[in-house]
Design a protein around this ligand. Structure first.
Ligand SMILES: *Cc1c(COP(=O)(O)O)cnc(C)c1O
Length: 345
């Protein structure tokens, strides 16, 4: 390891660079003013996304975080409560925007590998008591990031969907990585989407687009969401430049996701052979490792790894996350494994 460090970047699938096809499509994209509804590339992307997920309409948004916030704003009114998993991205990583901008209170329930127990959700739904906020939304995450890319099965989602229907409470899916979930289950993403009222999914993660996410749902719901996007300053004019890459993401990049899952298995198998590490075996493209050796903390190990060009993310003081994606391969995994082995031994 005397040579200058190479870069093996396992921090996130968000680091993926756009493909040559995406760059070409962006260069050649037909564009118009999307606030007037006149950008053909954005319109095509929104139709394609809705169609893939089996929903009536779609809306191109700047990020997954904006998509989830717009979904919450469109489903709820201020003063309501939303039910979500304790480690969900919306609760953990979205800067409190549901409370600050949406005026809703979060009711978190710890899940089992990211899966909410339907009985616990039902018990958390508020009754019509003068003291209580009304439950305005139930929110799921599939795959579940902090649970290590864990997958909610169709059965998991159906059980929660039944409760949402029984109590007439809308159900939103944070499906940032829904295509990873579908690939792992060997089903189409629309089968998962059919269980919920709205879905947010990211174009900019494993699907490698440079920017953007989509939300999909019923036509009138999307029209109201479009107004919320405008209020948040998200009207984007000639956004077809970006949408063009998103179209390639949906047309060409979904089918390669199993490669990321295979690489995650390969990396996890190698990590499991290194003493001092407790490896959570991946269901998709995310691997969590817990440090058993008290001499090591996540920040300390990550700093040493970074000096050798191996990058990953701190998930807790003793937990590190590795994510596989298009821009890492078996060679990068082998390099990361050799660096980790030599540092820990
Ligand atoms: C990444 C992610 C988001 C947010 O997406 P950004 O585009 O980074 O804002 C939301 N939910 C989950 C589960 C994610 O992994």
């Amino acid at each position: 390891m005397g040579q200058p460090p190479r870069i093996a970047d396992f921090r996130s699938d968000t680091v993926t660079k756009p493909t040559q096809e995406m760059r070409r499509a962006m260069y050649e994209a037909k564009v118009g003013d999307d606030v007037y509804g006149e950008d053909p590339s954005v319109n095509r992307l929104e139709e394609l996304g809705a169609q893939l997920l089996g929903k009536e309409a779609g809306l191109f948004v700047t990020s997954g975080t904006q998509g989830n916030l717009i979904s919450i704003l469109t489903h709820t009114v201020p003063g309501q409560e939303i039910i979500l998993e304790s480690e969900s991205h919306v609760f953990y990583y979205e800067v409190g925007s549901a409370a600050l901008i949406g005026g809703v209170q979060t009711r978190t329930i710890p899940g089992e590998k990211g899966v909410l127990d339907p009985d616990k959700v039902e018990a958390a739904i508020r009754t019509d008591d003068i003291h209580f906020p009304a439950t305005g939304l139930i929110l799921l995450e599939n795959t579940h990031n902090r649970a290590g890319g864990a997958v909610l099965s169709i059965a998991d989602m159906t059980a929660l969907s039944a409760i949402s229907k029984r109590y007439c409470i809308p159900l939103h899916l944070d499906g940032a990585r829904i295509f990873n979930a579908a690939a792992a289950l060997g089903i189409e993403a629309k089968q998962l989407a059919s269980q919920v009222d709205s879905v947010m999914f990211c174009l900019s993660k494993g699907l490698c687009a440079p920017v953007g996410s989509l939300i999909v749902g019923k036509k009138d719901w999307i029209e109201r969401a479009r107004k919320w996007r405008k209020r948040l300053g998200g009207g984007m004019r000639q956004a077809g430049i970006l949408a063009a890459a998103g179209i390639i993401a949906l047309e060409q990049m979904i089918e390669r996701l199993p490669e990321d899952h295979d690489l995650a298995q390969y990396l996890a198998t190698g990590l499991a052979e290194i003493p001092g590490l407790d490896v959570v075996f991946p269901e998709t493209n995310i691997i969590l490792i817990h440090l058993k050796d008290k001499n090591w903390t996540a920040p300390k190990l990550l700093e040493r790894l970074a000096k050798e060009g191996v990058l990953a993310t701190e998930f807790s003081p003793t937990t590190i996350r590795f994510v596989t994606h298009k821009d890492v391969n078996q060679e990068a995994a082998d390099y990361a494994l050799s660096v980790i082995k030599s540092i820990l031994s």
